[in-house]
Design a protein around this ligand. Sequence first.
Ligand SMILES: NC(=O)c1ccc[n+]([C@@H]2O[C@H](COP(=O)([O-])OP(=O)(O)OC[C@H]3O[C@@H](n4cnc5c(N)ncnc54)[C@H](OP(=O)(O)O)[C@@H]3O)[C@@H](O)[C@H]2O)c1
Length: 377
Amino acid sequence: MSNNRRQFIKGSLLGGAAIASGAMSQAAGATAAVGASKPLSILILGGTGFIGPHMVREALRRGHSVTLFNRGRSNDELFPDLETIIGDRGGNLAGLQGRKWDAVIDNSGYVPRHVADSAAMLAANVGHYLYISTISVYAAWSAPNDENSALATIADESTEAVTGETYGPLKALCERRAAAAIDADRLTILRPTYICGPGDHTDRFSYWPVRVAKGGDMLLPGGPDYPIQIVDVRDLANFTIDCLDGHISGTYNTVTPVGSYTMGELLADSQAVTATTVEPVWVDEAFVAAAAENNSTQNHGMFPIWHALSGEESRVSSVSGARARAAGLQNRPVRETIRDLLAWWQTLPAERTANMRAGMGAAQEAELIALWRKQSA
Ligand SMILES: NC(=O)c1ccc[n+]([C@@H]2O[C@H](COP(=O)([O-])OP(=O)(O)OC[C@H]3O[C@@H](n4cnc5c(N)ncnc54)[C@H](OP(=O)(O)O)[C@@H]3O)[C@@H](O)[C@H]2O)c1
């Protein structure tokens, strides 16, 4: 497995062969029926990590009621007014027994057994099951993927060790477990790419605008025309609640449109938002690959969210989001994502912002720029 692939999957974790079963192919077919909504009772499995709070707030804004289910370990002070059922997906679902909700959002399912257990327990007691998956489920990246593309498989389907290698195949299995328990017309599967915006603890997207704000010579991969794909966490949250409100079932990639955004635009938008100018030093794919191979840091990668256009991961940034957009997903301008995540970034403690979890440190970057200039002199 190449470095880029590892970076993507590992990043998704901390954030990020065909499935031929009848249940899965049914689930992949979209049946959208957007209609006026009544107030819903919504159970969120998770809800206090990165993406969950945005979903909670959007649901409450629309007049729905929300119950959380988690272990009470992460940010448990966030929603003191909401009912929180304490349990563990690993083996304690007792608090869910016999309870009924209009819909459940499963955003903490990484292990197939956990999804199978919650889906089986809730099947008769919830109207709609929405599972947050990932684009890491796809088997290959040398051609553009859409929702019908082949999914990754894993030799040992009983493994519960979630690693960079197993994350994608396990999420694909989680989808199958959900589809086995829930009728296709009551099941929604969302497959986000890199989720970005306020609260993103991976720093993968944040690295670029935060780096731009520092000015000076800046190392950038590939060239200005290289495509990138993200999804703003608020856009994902809006679409998630849209799916519940509109009884939208099926499987959807949630991404910005293919070809709609590039590294050059990320640089330009970041400079505009931060009112800073940098001197870009664009380096080619071969240089990026060599630098990444020699990189010893265990963070989310030196060139986060960027992917080379040659090799076996050449189409990671070309995932079709057409089906989700047809069903109502709206992507805000990325400049807005940059603005809001920087505003959030500035609220973090200094010891946190001093320890960027993705990208390069200043010394490493300066060293690479010097090497590039020497090589290309
Ligand atoms: N970040 C990305 O870019 C990205 C991209 C694609 C897909 N995704 C998907 O997005 C989803 C959520 O992402 P996130 O970053 O918001 O996750 P997160 O920050 O890890 O949040 C996890 C939530 O689940 C709860 N939880 C964790 N383990 C639990 C357990 N054993 N039992 C009960 N509750 C548990 C946590 O609360 P407690 O700790 O209190 O239990 C927390 O509320 C995942 O499904 C991931 O695959 C993320």
